[in-house]
Design a protein around this ligand. Structure first.
Ligand code: URA
Length: 300
């Protein structure tokens, strides 16, 4: 069904976004609704019959979550999609991925965007590894060791991830490793969906800078957040997904997304080592995709 965006609202919203962008603001953060109605930018997509198929309110300072952005992108034709403006991130004019990642890290700052900042985190765990990696691993969130050291996957689960990487015939330094949330959830609880949605835009930007050929989502939280879908690990594993980071474009016209595979989280494999064989099958699928030589023996 063809859908159009009210031209006046489109102009108003585009102007608002450009205004923020010009001030160097590229991300929009969630705050309580504005007191004054005039401060709220509203975009509506209506079908031919005039029925509103999507209404979006953007409060001053509100974050455009990946889910909201995806919903908008689906409802509004590409040529009318003013939210493309939001995808213009400051790192996109920078070709050196080290510098681009630094810009994203600086943009993240001493982040207070979600509750995790006041729930005992020691530091932000941004990501580590080869900024031009062909292979990227994405976990759930830092644990105690990662929080202490400021690097993802350095604890027991990290040791197993290192072994998994080694079993593939490569080293940890050759890949890029990051998490869905960059702050340790208290008591290592699973991050809430809102925390994932608030933090993952930064990960999406990291992915668009690194431009991997394959992303491996470690566990259900990473898989569900990246794919914006809900399914069991059994349903998610065993195949590749076409993946494009939500809400951001790479500045490389030759990179239009990559493959994404799902496997078990190393912490789960530590609890249930019988599943290591299944994880190894997932990694073999990834190796084949990357044209990597199979090692002599099953090594997990
Ligand atoms: N588990 C994760 O998901 N990420 C880490 O960095 C460490 C453990």
């Amino acid at each position: 069904m063809p859908r159009t965006l009210d031209p006046e609202l489109r102009r108003a919203l585009a102007a608002r976004i450009r205004y923020y962008n010009e001030m160097g603001i590229y991300d929009f953060y969630r705050r309580p609704p504005a007191e004054h109605a005039e401060d709220v930018a509203t975009a509506m997509a209506v079908d031919e019959a005039g029925t509103t198929v999507l209404e979006l309110k953007l409060y001053p300072g509100e974050e455009m979550s990946p889910r909201k952005a995806a919903a908008v992108a689906r409802a509004i034709p590409v040529e009318e999609n003013i939210f493309e403006a939001i995808a213009l991130k400051p790192e996109q004019s920078v070709s050196d991925p080290v510098k681009a990642l630094k810009i994203i890290r600086e943009d993240l700052g001493d982040c207070t965007r979600c509750v995790l900042h006041k729930q005992g985190r020691k530091q932000i765990v941004f990501g580590v590894g080869n900024p031009k990696a062909e292979l990227m691993f994405v976990g759930e969130g830092p644990g105690a060791d990662e929080d202490a050291q400021g690097e993802p996957f350095v604890g027991r689960a990290g040791q197993l991830l290192n072994n998994m990487i080694k079993a593939m015939g490569i080293s940890r330094e050759q890949v890029y490793i990051a998490n869905i949330v960059k702050c340790r959830p208290p008591g290592n609880r699973t991050p809430e969906r809102e925390e994932c949605e608030t933090c993952s835009p930064f990960l999406m930007r990291q992915i668009a800078v690194v431009k991997p050929k394959v992303v491996v989502a470690l566990g259900a939280v990473a898989a569900k957040t990246l794919l914006a879908m809900s399914a069991s690990m059994m349903q998610l594993r065993g195949r590749f997904y076409e993946f494009r980071p939500t809400g951001v474009h790479s500045n490389d016209p030759n990179w239009d997304g990559c493959k994404l595979a799902v496997t078990y989280h190393p912490a789960f494999l530590l609890r249930d080592p019988r599943q290591k064989g299944e994880a190894w099958k997932d990694l073999q699928m990834v190796m084949k995709e990357l044209g990597m030589k199979a090692p002599a023996k099953d090594a997990l």
